[in-house]
Ligand binder design. Sequence first.
Ligand code: PLP
Length: 426
Amino acid sequence: MTELTSMNRRDLQAKATHLDERYHAFKAQRLALDMTRGKPCAEQLDLSLGLLDCLRHNDYRAADGSDCRNYGGLEGLPEARQLFADFLEVDPSEVIVGGNSSLTMMHDTISQALLRGMPGGSGPWRTLPAVKFVCPSPGYDRHFAICQHLGIDMITVDMTAEGPDMEQVERLVAGDESLKGIWCVPKYSNPTGITFSEAVVERLARMRTAAPDFRILWDNAYTVHHLTDTPDRLANLLAAAKAAGNPDRVLLFGSTSKISFAGAGLAAMAGSVANIRHIKAGLAIQTIGPDKLNQLRHVRFFRDMAGIETHMQKHAAILRPKFATVEDVLTRELGGTGVATWSRPRGGYFISLDTLDGCAKAVVAMAADAGVHLTHAGATFPYGRDPRDRNIRLAPSMPSPNDIRQAMELVSVCIQRVSVAKLLTN
Ligand code: PLP
């Protein structure tokens, strides 16, 4: 493939005509394809149908004898806490197992910090002149939405292949006590797919923060979502923070949303005993206890981490061909053109694609006009503003491989069309 960026004007014009023809042929097909959100497909959800009938009529007691049908058990069943302790690589006493959404737990944790403060701090964050979070970007749009919704200012730092740019992070958090937190999706990150290196984990655990109640929100949503047979290994942040003398800095989150049912799974959070005590005190006002029957169901169905890992291999078998289709089409259509780069994730749910600067919005709009819906451009940055207007998040889990092929062919045509137009006006 010839680099579009080094073509002369006449060749670019010929290319533009050819791309227009292809685009209009796609448009005539009246496609209706959705690659916006990382939802599991029905075939993936079917893998967990056993959850619906794994509890017999007389099976409602937890290991400690408690009746899961009744109120109570604020921190979750002992066996569910054990399962998530293994999942998050912490001690069961450091875990709270909740309802179906880890995002709810993250939202509530920050709301509570605004209302009541955090251990180690000097009171409710809402009483401070400003509260800010560090937002490595591209990142997860719903993290940024929580901050925006709660009035927390977002400071963007770059994501590198090893995690957040730690030079930037260290400088910011050491110099500004209104910086109270950082969002991290440390494994198979949303959307770039990278796993934080050991050095980055160590620096996060050790860095000097001006705010004594600074928190790392460690959203380990994709910890077992491997796409290869040689999983990435993520260093243990809570252990590193303890070793560095900062045990309260870390709040870990995870869920089975993309393991069992996205709408009816289990979520959990973990942290130092002081953090967990504090969170539980707030939780005790909010609820008399979580859905423990669903916790019991998950324990019966998966049993242990080995059960989860085996189950995740079945997910990978469904997802791998979909990711491979995106890679194949992008390589065939855009390889060597010089107008796009994209991630080759080893796990997780997303592919992160960068166009030439200033092209992403136009590409997403053009694709939508021909019936292919992508996550809106800018979503992966705070306030929905990608300063270079180049990042597009692709979510291939939901559509069929055939739909993905069509969608990605159209998206590739749109990328080239927008890029050629840009090159012709330069
Ligand atoms: N965290 C990340 C990084 C995600 O990508 C998602 C879903 O896309 C979630 C959390 C949502 O988790 P939950 O369903 O447990 O609220």
